[in-house]
Design a protein around this ligand. Structure first.
Ligand SMILES: Cc1cc2nc3c(=O)[nH]c(=O)nc-3n(C[C@H](O)[C@H](O)[C@H](O)COP(=O)(O)OP(=O)(O)OC[C@H]3O[C@@H](n4cnc5c(N)ncnc54)[C@H](O)[C@@H]3O)c2cc1C
Length: 166
C-alpha cells in the first residue's frame, strides 16, 4: 500500500459535527489542515435558522445521547437523553472551543469548486481565492457536509471527480 505523505496540507469543507471531528483529529496528529465553513459559526445542521440547517424549532435528537456524543467528549450530564437542537449546537460549539478549533476555521467562506490539478487539489473559494492544497494520491480533500453545495464531489479514496447530484 502506498504510504501517505502526512506533511501535505488537507482541506476540510464544512465545520458541522463531521468536519469538527476531522479537524480535531488532524490537529491531534499535527497534520496541517484548512477548514472552510460557509456560515459564521460551527454546527452545520444544528445551527438553527441558517440556510443550510434543516432542523425545525421543536427538533430534538432522535438518536440517544450516548449513541450520538463523540466518544472522547461526553455531552453534559444535565442534558436529557434526547437533547434539543439548541443543546446539540451548544455541545458542538463547546467541542470546537475545547479542542481549539475556532482559530483554524475560515468562516463566511464557501468552497465553490474542487478540481484535481497535477499533484494537488485546486480549491476555489467564493472570495476569489484559489488555494493549491498539497494533496497527493491517495489523500484527498475531506468533505464533511451532509448537504454540500459544491459543483463536484471528490472521492476520498481515489482520484474520481464526479458531477454532484443535487
Ligand atoms: C431534522 C434533522 C434531524 C436529525 N437528527 C439526527 C439525530 O438525531 N441523530 C443523528 O445522528 N443525526 C441526525 N440528523 C442528521 C444530521 O445531518 C447529522 O447529525 C449531522 O448534522 C451531519 O453533520 P455533517 O457535519 O456531516 O453535516 P452538516 O451538519 O450539514 O454540516 C455541513 C457544514 O458544511 C458547510 N458547508 C456546506 N457546503 C459548503 C461549502 N460549499 N463551502 C463551505 N462550507 C460548506 C455547512 O455550512 C455546514 O456547516 C438529523 C438531520 C435533520 C435534518
Amino acid at each position: 500500500m502506498e504510504a501517505f505523505d502526512y506533511t501535505k496540507k488537507y482541506c476540510t469543507v464544512g465545520a458541522g459535527c463531521s468536519g469538527l471531528a476531522a479537524a480535531k483529529n488532524l490537529k491531534a496528529h499535527q497534520i496541517p489542515c484548512d477548514v472552510i465553513e460557509a456560515e459564521d459559526d460551527v454546527g452545520g445542521n444544528w445551527y438553527y435558522g441558517k440556510p443550510r440547517s434543516s432542523v425545525y424549532r421543536s427538533t430534538h435528537l432522535i438518536s440517544s445521547k450516548p449513541l450520538t456524543e463523540y466518544t472522547d467528549f461526553p455531552m453534559p450530564a444535565h442534558y436529557p437523553d434526547y437533547p434539543s437542537h439548541a443543546q446539540v449546537w451548544e455541545y458542538l460549539r463547546s467541542y470546537a472551543k475545547t479542542f481549539g478549533l475556532y482559530e483554524s476555521i475560515e468562516f463566511n467562506t464557501a468552497v465553490e469548486r474542487i478540481e484535481k490539478a497535477g499533484g494537488f487539489w485546486e480549491v476555489t473559494l467564493n472570495n476569489n481565492q484559489t488555494r493549491r492544497e498539497l494533496f497527493t494520491a491517495p489523500a484527498a480533500a475531506i468533505i464533511t457536509c451532509r448537504n454540500i453545495s459544491l459543483q463536484y464531489r471528490v472521492s476520498v479514496h481515489g482520484q474520481k471527480i464526479s458531477q454532484l447530484e443535487q
